[in-house]
Design a protein around this ligand. Structure first.
Ligand code: NAD
Ligand code: TDX
Length: 336
């Protein structure tokens, strides 16, 4: 049994990871999250009150607060999800991206070192590698060529983690994953946005020509990969995780319309995202051979499950869209 500090555990992937770890292990989980617009404690209302689960609200950028959190909880392992995660928001204003993703990661590395954390798992993204042409795959040796403020801030954090290994002998592992989808994803990202809009007969905004390619992975497969890297990854190593599921955006949108039972007349081609990366695709062979990991969902089975979840949990995303989910913290925790 270990004490694991999960940062960003109220977000999409973090909350799925926390739920998985509580279901499958007896580790003590401390969920540290600032509850920005993307943090939603309703994602974890089913585990609230569990003896081996605690929630702490805090900003990873604030070294004084982080020092107190590490001193109080004495985590042995840190799994670091907390980040600003949406590319479009980083185009509008990169300030919070640099603060949270770069400065916040260094604060966590410093606190981990000062408080004797045994292992630090840094959750990163395929976007640090930049954009691919029509062929080829990202490997762990692909040079870092991030193109957006978001991906540049993530690449910056990856390099700080690398420096902590080489300079301070810290035991860190970096995971880089492709586009996730699944339950509890904030409906600003492609798949949940399109499901919610289709459900409500609102136009589906497709950027550019809709031919950009993403490698889609179900969030459960990503979480299992992070767990394997946490348990058996080698110090200082990077592990890529992908879904072996490259699809053009327009294909994804058509599939969603079919599954929701709506027509293609809802599709609207809109102005392209500035600097829009054309294609991502992951080579996950290192994780497969060294960690014994492989994705269990096909894109078809995962998308069908995800659409079903959003249709069955309309209240969840309606509360996100209306902002009502932000009341949950004060109801649950009062003035704390
Ligand atoms: P998300 O936006 O859903 O969640 C981010 C969480 O971090 C939120 O709960 C938010 O409140 C918290 N947070 C933000 N700033 C904070 C701060 N200063 N202090 C404490 N908490 C803060 O993001 P996600 O999609 O779950 O992504 C999680 C991680 O995985 C990120 O590091 C992201 O870069 C990485 N990643 C995401 C994807 C994807 O497809 N979503 C793919 C690869 C990697
Ligand atoms: O309204 C939209 N219309 C559209 O065509 C949105 C929101 C997106 N898109 C396109 C842009 C991308 O080509 O869909 C694709 C996916 O977009 P996002 O869901 O915004 O994801 P992406 O930019 O690829 O980044 C995601 O994957 C890697 C996550 O948001 C990152 O956090 C992760 O690191």
């Amino acid at each position: 049994m270990s004490k694991i500090l999960v940062t960003g555990g109220a977000g999409f992937i973090g909350s799925n990871f926390v739920r998985m770890m509580l279901a499958e292990t007896d580790h003590q989980i401390i969920n540290l999250d600032l509850l920005t617009y993307a943090g939603n404690l309703e994602n974890l209302s089913d585990v609230e009150g569990r003896a081996n689960y605690a929630f702490v609200r805090g900003d990873i950028v604030d070294a004084r607060v982080m020092s107190a959190v590490f001193a109080e909880h004495q985590p042995e392992v840190v799994v670091h999800f907390a980040a600003e995660s949406h590319v479009d928001r980083s185009v509008l204003d990169a300030t919070a991206f640099v603060q949270t993703n770069v400065v916040g990661t260094q604060v966590l590395l410093d606190q981990s070192r000062h408080h004797g954390v045994r292992r630090f798992v840094h959750v990163s993204t395929d976007e640090v590698y930049g954009s691919l042409g029509a062929t080829g795959l990202f490997t762990e040796d692909t040079p870092l060529q991030p193109n957006s403020p978001y991906s540049s801030s993530k690449a910056g954090s990856d390099l700080l983690v690398r420096a902590a290994v080489h300079t301070h002998d810290m035991d860190c592992v970096i995971t880089r994953c492709s586009n996730n989808y699944g339950p509890f994803q904030f409906p600003e990202k492609l798949i949940p946005l399109m499901i919610a809009n289709a459900r409500e007969d609102t136009p589906l905004p497709v950027y550019g020509d809709g031919k950009n390619v993403r490698d889609w992975i179900h969030v459960d497969d990503h979480c299992r990969g992070i767990r394997r890297a946490m348990e058996d990854g080698a110090t200082g190593e990077v592990y890529n995780f992908g879904g072996d599921a490259e699809r053009e955006n327009l294909f994804v949108v058509h599939e969603i319309l079919r599954l929701v039972g709506k027509g293609e007349d809802l599709i609207r081609f809109v102005t392209d995202r500035p600097g829009h990366d054309r294609r991502y695709a992951m080579d996950s062979s290192k994780a497969k051979s060294q960690l014994g990991w492989s994705p269990s969902f096909t894109f078809e089975s995962g998308l069908a499950q995800t659409v079903e979840w959003y249709l069955a949990n309309q209240q969840w995303w309606e509360r996100v869209r209306s902002g009502a989910y932000q009341d949950y913290y004060s109801r649950q925790y009062g003035g704390r």
